[in-house]
Design a protein around this ligand. Sequence first.
Ligand SMILES: Cc1cc2nc3c(=O)[nH]c(=O)nc-3n(C[C@H](O)[C@H](O)[C@H](O)COP(=O)(O)O)c2cc1C
Ligand code: SF4
Length: 692
Amino acid sequence: MRNPRFNVLFEPVKIGPVTAKNRFYQVPHCNGGGYRDPSAAAEMRRVKSEGGWGVIFTEQVEIHHTSEITPFIELRIWDDDDLPALAAMADAIHSNGALAGIELAYSGANGPNLYTREVPLGPVHMPIATFTSDPVQARAMDLQDLRNLRHWHRLAYQRAKRAGFDILCLYGAHGFGVIQHFLSPNTNQRTDEYGGSLVNRARLLRELISDAHDEVGDTCAIAVRLSLDEMLGEQGFSNAQLRELVATHPDLPDLWDFAHGTWEACSGTSRFKPEGAQEALIHGIKQLTPKPVVGVGRFTSPDLMVRQIKQRLMDFVGAARPSIADPFLPNKIGDGRVEDIRECIGCNICVSGDMTSSLSRCTQNSSFMEEWRKGWHPEQIKAKASDSKVLIVGAGPTGLSAAHKLGLRGYEVALAEAGTDLGGRVTKESRLPGLAAWARVRDYRVGQIQKMPNVSIYRSSELSAEDILGFGFEHVAIATGAKWRRDGVARFHLRPIAVDPTMPVFTPDDLMAGRVPSGHVVIYDDDHYYMGSVLAELLISNCNRVSYLTPSTKVAEWTVNTLEQRFIQTRLLDLEVKVSLSSALKQVGSTYVTLASTYTGKETTIACDAVLMVTARLPDDLLYLQLKDRSAERSASGIKSVNVIGDANAPAAIAWATYAGQRYAEELDEPDRGDALPFRREVAALKPGRLA
Ligand SMILES: Cc1cc2nc3c(=O)[nH]c(=O)nc-3n(C[C@H](O)[C@H](O)[C@H](O)COP(=O)(O)O)c2cc1C
Ligand code: SF4
C-alpha cells in the first residue's frame, strides 16, 4: 500500500489541453537506437508506460533534413516516411495511459549534416559546435531562412500530431539547437530584430511557440525545454536571463521544462553531482509562471521528490536516468514498494551508448533496449524450464545478477562467495572517492535475493573443483571476476614492461585491499576509464606527490562517452596531480621510471618511490579451467553445464558484468540457437530505384 506522504506524486496535472495522470515525467533521452532501431526504442518506452510514468518523451527528434547530427542516431520527423516509427512509439507510450511527448529539435549550429550534406544554419556564421570539431561552419540565417525555419516547424507540428503525440516540446537546452543559439548572447550577435535585447533574442522562440499553438494547440500541449544556466556568465544565456524570459513570457508555452546548462552538467555522474543538484538554479522560477514546471536531478528518492514538489520548485519530477535504471519507479512508489526501486548509480554508461551510436545499455537495468530485441523485461522473466539446481560461484555483479534473475525464474540457486562481503568489485570500488553509488548494484540485488526462499547465499565459501564435482548441481556458473595486471600490459604494451624488482609496483586491487603506497607515486593509466583518476584522488591524500602518465592525449579518455572527461581532468589539475599525456611507460627502474613520448619516442626519466599500474585485467578463471578439463567427472556427478560469465570470462565495465549475469539466467535451459542471431533487429528496406 502506498505511503500517504507520497500521494502528492500521484496527483493529475493539467498541461494545456491534456492532463497527465501523475507527476512522473520521463524527460527526453536518446538510446543509441533512434531511426535505426525503431521497434527496440518503442518497446523500451512501452515498458515505461507499464511502469506507471505519467508523461513519456521520445529522444530529440530531428525536424528537418537541413539539420542532423550524424554520427549520433536519434529519431527523425523529416517527412511522412518517418511517421510509422513515431506512431508506433506514441502508441506504445499510450498503452498504459501515459501522455506521449515528442521533443522537436533543430540542431542548427550543432548539426554538421554529415549525412544530408546540407549547409548548416545558425544565428551567425560560426563553426559547428560538436564533440568532434567537424571542419564545417554554419551559415548565418537571413530573414527568408527564418521564415523557412518556421515553415519546417509547422510541418513537424502537423506530423507530430498525426503520429499521435500529446505534448510537443521545443528543444532549447544543453547548448544544443537553434532556440538556445538565438537566446544566448554568446552565439547570437545579430543586429536585426532577432538579435540584441532579450526580447529580440526570444523572438524566434515566441514565433515558433505561437505557430505551434495555431497549428496543433487545440489538442496538443506545447512545451519548451530550456537551459537553467549556460554557465558562461552574462556572456551566455544566464540563470538571471532565463528568469527574465519566464517573467516576461509567463504564459508562452503550456509547460516549462528546465534542464541544467550543458549536457555534461545536466546529466552529471554521481561522482560529480549529487541527486537534486539543480535545486538552487530552479528555485523560485515556478513562482514566475502559472504554467507547470519540470525539473530534473537524477531523482530516485521519493522523499526528495515530494519535498521539491511541496516546496513548489516544480510540478513534475523529471527523470531520464532513474527511468532507465527502473522503468517501474512510479508503480513501485505507488504500490508501497519503495525498497524495490532499482536506483540509478549515476555512471552514465547509458550516455555512452548514445555517444558511440551503439545501442545504450544500463548498468542497473540490463533489460534496457533489450525489451524488443531479446524480449527481456526489467521486472518479469519466463518461468524455469526444468527443476535443475544451479550453483553460482562468486557474488560480484555478475553472480548477483544471475542469482537474482534465476531466482525470479524459480530455479533453486546456491550462490557461493569466497569472501565475507557480497558485491565483489562493486563493493570494493564503491569505497573509492566518488563511487559510493556503485554499491547500489549490490544493494538492489541482495535486497531482492534475500526475499527469495529458493536462493541461498553462502559466504566465506571458497570452492575447489573437487567441491563442485561433489555437490551435484546440474548447472554451474563461474563468476569469479578478474584481477588487475601488474606487468604493464594493456593497450600500448601488449608485452610486459621491464620492471626492476626493487621498485614497489601496485595495482588497483592492492589499493582496494588497503595496501597503499607512499612518497612520490607514478600512476600509469593505460586503461583510460575511471580507475586511474579515481586512484589519483585517493593517493593525493596519502602521498606527498602523485604523477599521472597516460599514452592518451587526455586524462581518462573513454570518459568523454560518459560526459565526465572534462570534470576528471579539471579535478586532477585542481588537485595538483602532475599530468603527462601522450606518455608511455618504457621501463620501471629501482628509483625511477622512464617514459617515452608516444609521438616522438623522446625519453624522460622521473624519480619516484612507487608505481601504480592501471592497465589491463586478467580473468580469474582457474576454477573454470579446472572444471572444463574434467568432462568425464562432470558427467559422472550429473553436471550438465559449466559456464564462465562476466569478468571471469572477459573483463569489462560493470554494465557488461550485470548483463552477463542476466543473459546467463535468461538463456538457461533454452534450446541452442545454432547460427541464428541471438536478438531481433530491423534491416532497412529497399525502395524501388535502380536496384529494383
Ligand atoms: C542517455 C541520455 C540521453 C539523453 N538525451 C537527451 C535528449 O535527446 N534530449 C534532451 O533534452 N535531453 C537528453 N538527455 C538529458 C536528460 O533529459 C536529462 O535532462 C538529464 O539526464 C538529467 O536528468 P536525470 O538526472 O533524470 O537523468 C539525455 C540524458 C541521458 C542520460
Ligand atoms: S547506465 Fe548508469 S547512469 Fe545510466 S541509467 Fe543506468 S545506472 Fe543510471
